[in-house]
Write a protein that binds this ligand. Structure first.
Ligand SMILES: [Zn+2]
Length: 65
């Protein structure tokens, strides 16, 4: 089990991250990480959003690399 992240956390490094609810993976580039991009809710199941299967304060993303 890797480090987990919630919506609004800064993406720490380039790579792929997996949704804890549905397994959907999202990828971020080194440019994304350098720009300080933050995790958002899951585009597949809406985990991490209000009314989603996981809420804004829940751990939604974990490293998939
Ligand atoms: Zn999901």
């Amino acid at each position: 089990m890797g480090t987990t992240y919630t919506v609004g956390d800064r993406v720490p490094a380039a790579g792929r991250y997996r949704c804890a609810n549905c397994g959907n993976e999202v990828g971020f580039s080194e440019d994304d990480a350098d720009e300080g991009i933050m995790f958002s809710s899951c585009p597949s199941c809406r985990a991490g959003s209000d009314g989603g299967p996981l809420g804004p304060d829940d751990d939604v993303w974990e490293s998939a690399d």
